[in-house]
Design a protein around this ligand. Sequence first.
Ligand code: PHB
Length: 389
Amino acid sequence: MNKRIAVKTIALTTLLCFGGALQASETFKIGMILPMTGPFASTGIQIVAAAKLYMAQNGDTVAGRKIELILKDDTSAPDVTKRLAQELVVNDKVSVLAGFGLTPLALAAAPIATQAKVPEVVMAAATSSITQASPYIIRTSFTLPQAAVAMGDWAAKNGIKKAVTLVSDFAPGIDAEKYFKDRMLFNGAQVLDTLRVPMRNPDFAPFLQKVRDLKPDALYVFVPSGAGTALMKQFTERGLDKAGIKLIGTGDVTDDDLLNSIGDVALGAVTTHHYSASHKSDVNQKFVVAFEKANNNLRPNFMAVGGYDGMRVIYEALRATKGNSNGDQLLAAMKGQIFESPRGPMFIDAQTRDVVHNIYIRRVEKVNGQLYNMEFDAIKDVKDPGKNN
Ligand code: PHB
């Protein structure tokens, strides 16, 4: 080898090694934005607890990079989410944005993810269209249409010929209403009315009275995680159960986080969802025991699972890139991941960047003195019906 080439080669090798070493020794930062205070704080508390559990179980170093979780409370205000996302990217130089407790919050951060080319891992929000707001969004929660279509089939085939819907008046509620109604009509059943209640501090009373007067076979509901208690209690207090009206919905209303405090009025409610703390598998059993142990017996809900699986997707992407935190490379390594989650088998569809998983039909039952959503049927590998491909 000629001397000049040899020197150049050594210089280049040194540069590459040094460059690699620099990147490898740098902390890999995950900016997690969640509502930690206010009416949706339970979502933030569950997801942070799950993310911390994942790190405790899997170590805080991946491919030679130390992982740092930077947590920010957006108080469920979209303008705050957007500002925090910007600060995390520009000042803290995070490699991934994560969390997002409500649809408007996930959407507020989307332009930042796109401009900065930083993956946005949506662990909670569940409106179908979210993944279309940025090519850098990956979802590990679920979509409302996945749950709603499953119920539109189950209800119509199980004696519910006339239903009324009652949803929180914002994007995920509208998704739940539309996909449930369309599926009921497709199956030859009827939806007598579609009622929408304010997202914040709803007064259910006038709506439930209307439902009573309409005398449907069932009331189909969606309210966001953390808001189910008032609705479930008033449903019984206003005598809808005695009038023979069944309560059905997405699993958000019989949230594992609240179920025991809702109490026996929840018994018999049938819901469709992707996760129940009572899901029978070794992976889930271990997850629930470890989560409860680390969190003073708090039961993990579907939000926790979205956070736990989201951390898994981030860790495995960084392992696949061998510690490289380039946003496009991380994103590529997130697409197509397939693994067993506490919810069951789970897959990140590379085309849509959305989650594919089983949707379970569950009934609230008492087991050893505690209320659980007991799964009794499953629809396998459900893609988001809101996507056209
Ligand atoms: C949402 O805002 O997308 C959302 C929030 C809470 C849920 C489900 C969806 O339980």
